[in-house]
Design a protein around this ligand. Structure first.
Ligand SMILES: Nc1ncnc2c1ncn2[C@@H]1O[C@H](COP(=O)(O)OP(=O)(O)OP(=O)(O)O)[C@@H](O)[C@H]1O
Ligand SMILES: [Mg+2]
Length: 220
């Protein structure tokens, strides 16, 4: 069975798209294919004009390092590094010099102040995810893919993370694609895609949380 079928979608530069749908509908697969982490059996995936399905491993790695940020369900933190070191690792690998005051600000805004020196094993699941969020935001990637970035967070931290994503779009022109089950979170996006059985079945522009709730309710 195909995880995605006949999906044709554009995420315009400088927009915030939410992706919703039942468990198993293909949301994570869509993000993994869109970000070049996974390769669809057929079709094309273009980021800034380049078809990532046709790039060689090395070119893809460079594109992903320089232009794509991901916050996925598995956080992929390096266990031996502290929260701070994990956040700056991709920038260091890209030979950039991260601004320490921005690292501090990001860690503060995701609620990890005072935990800079903790290693992943000393952090809760939600805290580890917040390290991954700060790490993805630090390099100001062109495109940011986030798979349920607020799912494990308390209300106020969740709000702050959504504000950071919104700011990435509004202040820095980044493109954000976020999977969420939460109508309130999805209502922060410019448009909301609904997936069912691997297909896009609906798109709402600037919906309210109530409209999203109704759309979800009508499908169940
Ligand atoms: N690596 C894989 N190989 C084969 N099938 C997979 C793989 N990953 C996911 N699937 C299948 O593809 C479908 C879509 O999975 P996906 O993880 O994209 O769903 P999802 O919408 O993200 O669900 P959830 O809300 O539970 O995270 C499911 O039927 C799943 O079993
Ligand atoms: Mg998923």
């Amino acid at each position: 069975m195909a995880a995605l079928r006949q999906v044709s979608v554009a995420f315009p530069r400088g927009t915030f798209t939410a992706v919703m749908g039942p468990s198993g509908s293909g949301k994570s697969t869509l993000l993994q294919c869109s970000s070049g982490l996974d390769r669809p059996d057929s079709g094309a995936v273009r980021i800034a004009g380049q078809d990532v399905t046709r790039l060689r491993e090395k070119e893809l790695a460079v594109l992903r390092r320089d232009q794509v940020g991901v916050i996925f369900q598995a956080f992929n933190l390096v266990p031996s590094l502290t929260a701070w070191q994990n956040v700056i690792l991709p920038s260091r690998l890209a030979r950039r010099r991260p601004d320490p005051s921005r690292v501090r600000e990001l860690l503060h805004r995701v609620g990890l102040e005072g935990r800079e020196r903790h290693r992943p094993a000393q952090l809760s699941g939600g805290q580890q995810q917040r390290v991954a969020i700060a790490r993805a935001l630090l390099g100001r990637p062109e495109v940011l893919f986030a798979d349920e970035p607020t799912g494990a967070l308390d209300r106020s931290t969740g709000h702050e993370v959504l504000a950071l994503l919104r700011e990435a779009v509004d202040a820095f022109g980044q493109t954000v694609v976020m999977v969420t089950h939460d109508p309130q979170a999805a209502a922060r996006a410019d448009s909301v895609l609904f997936l069912t059985d691997g297909q896009i079945v609906d798109v709402l522009d600037r919906p309210s949380a109530d409209q999203i709730g109704m759309r979800l309710g009508g499908r169940r």
